[in-house]
Each structure stands twice: as structure tokens, then as C-alpha cells.
Design a protein around this ligand. Sequence first.
Ligand SMILES: Cc1cc2nc3c(=O)[nH]c(=O)nc-3n(C[C@H](O)[C@H](O)[C@H](O)COP(=O)(O)OP(=O)(O)OC[C@H]3O[C@@H](n4cnc5c(N)ncnc54)[C@H](O)[C@@H]3O)c2cc1C
Length: 448
Amino acid sequence: MKKRTFLNLLSTAIASPAIASLSAWAEKQKLTNWAGNLTYATDRVHEASSVDDVRSFITAHEKVKALGTRHCFNSIADSRYDFVSVKPMHEVVALDPQTRTVTIEAGITYGQLGPYLDGKGFALHNLASLPHISVAGACTTATHGSGEKNGNLATSVSALEMITAGGDLVKLSRSSGGGFFHGAVVGLGALGVITRMTLDVEPTYSVRQYVYTDLPLEEMKNHFDKIQASGYSVSLFTDWRKQRINELWIKSRVGGGNEFTASPEFFGAKLATHNLHPIEDLSAENCTEQMGVPGPWYDRLPHFRMGFTPSAGKELQSEYFVPRRHAVEAILAIERLHEQVSPHLLISEIRTIAADDLWMSPCHNQDSVTIHFTWKQDWPAVRRLLPIIEKELSPFEFRPHWGKLFTVSPEVLRSRYEKMPDFIRLAQKFDPKGKFRNDFLNRNVFGA
Ligand SMILES: Cc1cc2nc3c(=O)[nH]c(=O)nc-3n(C[C@H](O)[C@H](O)[C@H](O)COP(=O)(O)OP(=O)(O)OC[C@H]3O[C@@H](n4cnc5c(N)ncnc54)[C@H](O)[C@@H]3O)c2cc1C
């Protein structure tokens, strides 16, 4: 049969309903990340139910990648070989009121942990915009919430246990000193498969959440510090249109003498009269309660409720960390790009995060402001825009979020982390043959 005839027959066959539905089925079975913008290069996932199970899997395979709840937008979690997931390992191991710590199995999500801790009278210091993510997957990419005095979620880790490439169980803790711990907490999945973590907890607390609309950009510019200091966790949402911050979310801790008093107007913004979604057109049903109604920390610090779709769903995300001292300048730099940015955007969010001492954290040694973009799911357009945004932010030596989309070159990225060489040495110690490395890590971290 001639090649062309064969191809014609093949395309006719594929177009036939039976084959088409079979290929649609096969397509559906592909393993993707949460947003669906990335199909992983393998769909082989081993769900481990014990530390021994993790160890046997690691020692039996040449290449392994830990997979969490698949919420990263880039290929940091991808593998062409085999995934191991610790999702079935989601128990609380111990809560110690004396040391104020909780030890958990690494597959637990914040959504599972929050109500448990609250029920026992304890709380975490902060949460991300959504509770659906695994604690291990979140900490390993330095996932953060907001609050100028709050470090990212990884800063609450006081100890961790992981299985390294050779099958050893390594235990590292903040108190045992040495650099390894500070290098391993934001480990990017490059050092081993985390099986347990110990987190700092504090007595439980309630939070009231207030939303203001239409904060003039000029007011933000002149009063950024006061606005950020107004709550325990503050977020500014903008579509960069009309010289305004569309929504200002203030999360205020109840008690402790630092509570926000909600007046009808705040720096020209108006107090909302009903719950709002950060993306104005979407239903606030998915969002945590606002209007100053007090509620437990785990049901107010995230913007989105467990059991509901967070954010928009069909989207892409990028986020850049800039030193806090450049906050206003950096925000205005993006505002100048509004004609290019806004048509492709669902919403931007601006948050602040306290400095930390974790080697690979984008907040390492610097108080930071983050400028986040929730994009429409149009990668060709976003890929064209990111270099423009990154060029605008480059005078501020930004660091991109490890789990979101960016285009900055590996050389520039590496130069932004003074502890990168130490981190590479640490990875070589725990994983000398690169068992846990994937294309993303090879390109962006190991320079291969
Ligand atoms: C709707 C939405 C909202 C978001 N909001 C925020 C936000 O508010 N703030 C923020 O900072 N980020 C946010 N993110 C990004 C997201 O939280 C992070 O990228 C986080 O890393 C996702 O965790 P995961 O468990 O899904 O990890 P995955 O995407 O599954 O994996 C991420 C990395 O963790 C590693 N990993 C996972 N489990 C283990 C383990 N047991 N041992 C070792 N390594 C492991 C993987 O190998 C990979 O390198 C958001 C994402 C989405 C989709």
C-alpha cells in the first residue's frame, strides 16, 4: 500500500465514531495537572501507603518523582518515568501541646489538617489561597499566603523525614542545626520523598474578613504600607484596568488588640455589601465567608473553600517575588503594561510575605511583595507576555514562584539564589545519580 493511501485510510479510521471515542477515552485517561494545562509525560503513579512502601519503590526504580496534589502550573512535578504519591499517607501522627508542634504524614492536605488542629485548639500561622494542596507539595515549592509579618508556609516546618535515593530514611530538624535543614525544607522535590513533617502550631484563633472595592491606584501608591499593615493578611486584586485595585481583602485576627475596624470607606475604597469572588464575574459561593463574620482561621485565611473549585479552574498562573522595598515601583511598572496584560488576564493579586532563612525560598533573606497573574488559559499569548513582564521587573531582581509559569533564563534564575551552589551540593549528597531530577530541575537548578 502506498504511504499516502495508508495515511488516508488511517485518518478515515480515526474519524470513525468507534475509534474517535476510543482515542477520546485514551486522551481522558492522561494524567494532567490540576489546571489541565500540562499533561504529565507519564501516567504511572504508585500510591504508597507506608514508609517501607516508599522505600521499596525508590530502591526498585532508577528515576522517581514525588507527586503531590498536582497544583503546580509548570513542569516542576513532571516525570517521564515513574511517580510516587504519598496521598494515602495522610494521618496526623502526633500533636504535642508542650512543644506546640504537630507531626503529620506528608500526603495530608491543609484542608484535612485545618479542622483537625482547630478541633484540638490549635492553628497554623498562615495558609495559601486554597486548602486543597498537600502540605509536602506546598512547602517544597515555598507556597505562601499573605501578611507582612507572616513567612511562607514552609517557615512553619520544624522537622521533616524523607527517603533519599539510596533508600535511607533521613531526619532533619530546625533544632538539630546544620545547614541541611534550611536547604531541605524548600527542596523542590529534588532531595528525596518526604514522608513526614513537623509543623509549628499556635493556639487557635478566629479571623474576620472584610472586602473593599475600587481602591484608587493613587491611594495604593501613597499608602501601600498602611494598607498592608491594616490586617493580619492583606490581598489586593486588580485587573490593571481603570487605575484601580478592584478588591482589597483584609483578614483580621480576632483579639490580640490589633483588630481592623471596618469603616464604610478605606482610602477611598468602599466596603462591600455582599461576599465577592476575586474575579468579579464568578460566584462568591466558592469563597470563604467575608462581611466581617468571624470564623476559624482555616476557613478565612484561604480565599477559597474546601469542596469548591478554587480560583477559576481553566487558567494559568505566574507570580513574581520582588523585594518589599520596591513594592510600589514594581506594581507601577506592571500597571504601565496594562494594555498588553489586561486582555489576557482573569485577575492579578498582590501580597506581602516576611523574609525567611530557607535556601531556595524566594523570600530568602528578603521581605517580599508578590505580583501574581491568573491568566486565561492561552499559553501562546501568556508565553509572549511573560518576557515583557520579566523585563519590566528585572531591575528589582525578582524571583519567580517555583510552581508557576515563568520564562526567565536558568542562568538568571540561578544567579538570584545565593545558596544555589549549596543546594546543588545537598542534592548531590542525598541523590548523587539524579534519581529525583526531571527536565525542569535539570534545566533550572542543576544547569544540565
Ligand atoms: C488554584 C490554585 C491556587 C494557588 N494558590 C497559591 C497561593 O495562594 N500561594 C502560592 O504560593 N501558591 C499557590 N498555588 C500554587 C501551588 O500551591 C503550589 O505550586 C504547590 O506546590 C502545589 O502543591 P501540590 O501538592 O499540588 O504539589 P505538586 O504540584 O503535585 O508538586 C509540586 C512539587 O512538590 C514535590 N512534592 C510533592 N510531594 C512531595 C513529597 N512527598 N516529597 C517530596 N517532594 C514532593 C513534587 O515533586 C514537585 O516538585 C496555587 C495553585 C492553584 C492551582
